[in-house]
Structure formats: C-alpha cells, structure tokens
Design a protein around this ligand. Structure first.
Ligand code: ZN
Ligand code: ZN
Length: 389
C-alpha cells in the first residue's frame, strides 16, 4: 500500500515537525544549563576544590535522573485500547447502518456487555469513539492531537510532545519531581555566586552572566514546576486524571469524582506499583492493564445483579438493563482486597467490608476463607491424631 501523499499529508508532516519545537526548546535550555553549571560555575568560578567536586557529583546525579525520566515520558508510546474493545467488521457495518440514538446504543450495549466498562457518557450512554470505532474503556479518551484513543488519558503535553496516560504517567510525575529538584539544586548552589554578581564579587568574565541567567532560569522554572508537581501529587492521592478533575467520571448511578479512589495508599500503588525500590526510578511499575480499573462503586452498579450488599439505593432505582457481572482482572482484585483487614476485623466490620466488594471478589474471598477454615480443621485433626498415637 502506498503512503498517502498530497497537500494534506505534507501539512500533517509539517505540523508534526512543529510539535517538536517545545521539546527542542527544553533540550536547548538543558544543554545550556549543563554548560553554564559545569563549565562556567563549577570549573571556572568555584575556588574550593571540595565544593567543586561535591557540586559536580550531585549535579550529575540530578541531571541523570531528570534526563532519564524526561526521555521516558517523551518516547514511551501511549497505550491504546486492546482489540476486544474494537468493533468487528460486521459490527462496524451495523453501527453505520443504524441511525444514531437508541438503536445504535442497543448495538453498543450488546458489544459492551462482556467488557469491564463501568463509566458512561453524561447522558448515560455507552462511551463510543466514532473515530477509532471502539467502545471506550473506563478512563480512556480520544486525543485530538494524537488522533487515537489513549488509555487513562491525563492530558496531551506539548512539552513532551506526547500524550500523558497510563503507559507514562509515572514517568511524567518523576520528570516533574526531578526537574524541580534539578532547578532547586541549581538555585541553592548558585545563590552565593548570584549575590556576588550584584556585589561585584565576581571577576569580570563571561562566566558571571551565565551564573546570573542560570539562577534566574532555575528560579523561574522552580516556581512553575512546583505548582504543577503539587497539583499532580494531589491528583495521584485522589486517583484522578487531569481530565477527570475537570469533568468527573459518570457511572451508572451518576457522576462521582471519587469513583476510582481506593484510599491514599492504594491510589499511590496503582501508579507507582507494589515494590518501593522502583518508585523513584523511571521504570514502568504501574498496576493494572490500563483498560479496566478497580472501583468500589461497581456493586452500586445494577449490572452487578448479585451484589452481596443488596441494599444499595442506587441499585434499587436502576433501570431495566441487565448485564452479567463482569470479571475484574487480577491486578484489580489485588488492589481491592486486603487480606489482613478481614482477618483482623470483627464479624460485623468484616461483613461491611465484604459488602463493599464487587461480587466476583466477594466470592473469591469467601472461597479462600473456606479453604483456610478447612485447612485449620485438618491441622487440628492431625494434632489430635498425633496426641492419640
Ligand atoms: Zn478514539
Ligand atoms: Zn495526545
């Protein structure tokens, strides 16, 4: 198949090149800051050899982590919905033939019934992307710049010329953290030389101008980065994407801004993973598959017909669409269940906790529990037998 040519494809290519300008701008600033700090400040201006070595070692540590996380944020491809969310050829034809509205929704409901999809549009319809021709997984959005559906889309970031989403959100957070640390480190170590510049304590060379501009640039970026980093820390604690912070996700029972929140610790682990030793490294450790996310609201959903709580007002007021319970993936069950909590809590608390779980996990917990009790019985019998013998 030949590549499309013509004015529109040339325009598209030009636009793609222009998108790299902010990345180029940041790269030039980083390269200049390296030259200004290492050559002009450390090597030329610092007299104390101990200070010189210490600053050079610490600087290279920060710059390495900063550039590594920036690189990973830029070049990690955003993840798109898996093939089970895509429409088959026959379904695409059916959707095109069906007029928009309720009949199209009937087709989509049939397609979505076996998918782990819990969120809806504002009008309560199945979320469907016309452009990619797929049922949108929860937290997935279509990016107009990338022209693709992006899993757990946070936002399209021009400074990395990439979509920030499930595949690179951890890298983006680390990029913000390390760029902030990088700037703060420069501000802290450059401060005394910056003061010397204004008190005429520096020799009259070009180094003094690099030292002054370096301080200004680092201080300016520190202010903007700290606000952005603080905002994203808050989003991680609340388990919200930037898009969800602006528009709350809609579930069957209505909008819920905390729909995906599992509590501080589990929200943190969903992005950074279970192993703390990898938290600060730009290595992918986020939990889940990006297509489905645990939510404590699942059993409020009438689709989960056999919920253990059964007393939910939202479930009672549900409409008539009945779907089978959808399986949750291992990662989700892992995040939702807490084996210690139910073994330690009292009977009533336990019942309440189990009541909040989705049906499938409730059954898994019960079956584990049965085995545990069964094993305990065998153990007691064995002990008895030993005593009797
Ligand atoms: Zn799309
Ligand atoms: Zn994008």
């Amino acid at each position: 198949m030949m590549a499309p040519s013509g004015p529109s494809s040339v325009k598209r290519r030009c636009r793609r090149c222009l998108y790299w300008i902010p990345v180029l701008f940041i790269s030039i600033i980083v390269c200049w800051s390296y030259y200004a700090y290492v050559i002009q400040l450390c090597i030329v201006s610092m007299d104390n050899i101990g200070e010189k070595v210490l600053c050079l070692i610490a600087y290279h540590f920060f710059v390495l982590l900063f550039v590594w996380s920036y690189w990973k944020t830029i070049f990690t491809l955003p993840m798109n919905p898996t093939k089970e969310f895509h429409l088959s050829y026959a379904d695409k034809e059916l959707i095109e033939r069906e007029p928009r509205g309720e009949s199209q929704q009937d087709v989509l409901r049939r397609l979505a019934k076996d998918l782990p999809v819990y969120t809806r549009t504002m009008s309560g319809a199945i979320r469907y992307c016309d452009r990619c021709q797929l049922v949108k997984p929860d937290r997935c959005h279509h990016c107009s710049v990338c022209d693709k559906c992006i899993l757990k889309m946070d936002h399209h970031c021009p400074w990395v010329n990439n979509c920030v989403g499930f595949s690179n959100y951890k890298f983006f957070l680390l990029f913000l953290a390390y760029s902030l640390l990088y700037c703060l480190f420069i501000v802290a170590t450059d401060l005394q030389y910056f003061i010397k510049f204004w008190t005429n304590g520096l020799p009259d060379t070009q180094a003094k101008f690099h030292i002054m501009f370096l301080f200004f640039a680092a201080a300016m970026f520190s202010v903007s980065l700290s606000s952005l980093f603080g905002y994203h820390c808050w989003l991680v604690c609340k388990n919200r994407s930037t898009l969800e912070a602006f528009r709350s996700p809609v579930f069957r029972h209505g909008t819920d801004k905390n729909g995906f929140s599992l509590g501080f610790s589990k929200n943190l682990r969903q992005v950074f993973g279970d192993e703390k030793k990898y938290w600060l490294l730009p290595i992918f450790t986020s939990l889940g598959d990006g297509c489905s996310f645990p939510t404590c609201l699942v059993n409020q959903d009438p689709e989960q017909a056999s919920t253990p709580s059964g007393t939910n007002a939202a479930a009672k007021s549900a409409d008539n669409h009945q779907f089978p319970a959808k399986p949750l993936r291992e990662s989700q069950s892992h995040l939702l269940t807490d084996s210690q909590s139910w073994t330690e809590s009292s009977c009533n608390e336990e019942k309440g906790k189990l009541g909040k779980m989705p049906d499938i996990i409730y059954r898994v917990v019960l079956s584990c529990r049965k085995h545990y009790i069964f094993d305990a019985h065998i153990h007691i019998l064995k002990c008895h037998k030993t005593v009797l013998l």
